[in-house]
Design a protein around this ligand. Sequence first.
Ligand SMILES: Cc1cc2nc3c(=O)[nH]c(=O)nc-3n(C[C@H](O)[C@H](O)[C@H](O)COP(=O)(O)O)c2cc1C
Length: 204
Amino acid sequence: MSTKILVAYYSSTGNVHQLAQAVAAGAESTGAEVRLRKAHELAPQAAIESNPAWKAHIDATQDVPEATADDFVWADGYALGTPTRFGTPSAQLKQLIDTLGPQWATGQLANKAATAFVSASNAHGGNESTILTLHNVFAHWGAIVVPTGYTSDDPYSAGGNPYGIGYPAGQSAGEPLPDDVQAAARYQGSRVARVAELLGPLRG
Ligand SMILES: Cc1cc2nc3c(=O)[nH]c(=O)nc-3n(C[C@H](O)[C@H](O)[C@H](O)COP(=O)(O)O)c2cc1C
């Protein structure tokens, strides 16, 4: 049976959505079965309508299913993605995480590989702190944290963040990702899938 990877993310304007697609493609390249899922939008419609890039992204991703707690139970490994919000994860991704109390309490989140990816506007605007905040969550779950480290050249060429891919997007609102960032995100997806597979005996 193939390894099952959940790529769950939130994105307002498309940067993290593209990272999520690349992470998913990387996981699939190992033979894993992948679910790409978005977090439920929480912002008021008026806020979304006031930002054309946000509205356009929401309209363009209607066909992406929303993540559920069952997706987390199903998966052997997780890749969670979010834009930085003042150096921390978005409320939308956190809300998804905060629905998982029953699954945590019954041990259904433990012993799975877990990795995090992010986008901020600025190189030093909170990419790393946001990823590390998600690593705290993974520790509580008893998941096995999978950083990229410097285990391939890909993280170096995408800015050298060893915690997980962080894309400093500048003013980009969903413009295509640079090739090196795409490659690094694909690498991160392949790495979490490989580690999830290796952890099979731990899950029994
Ligand atoms: C409320 C809010 C807070 C943000 N906080 C930060 C921040 O602390 N540092 C930063 O560099 N960018 C910050 N940003 C910018 C986003 O993280 C950045 O544009 C990201 O690429 C958006 O990803 P998305 O296109 O997937 O939504 C913030 C944006 C918003 C709307």
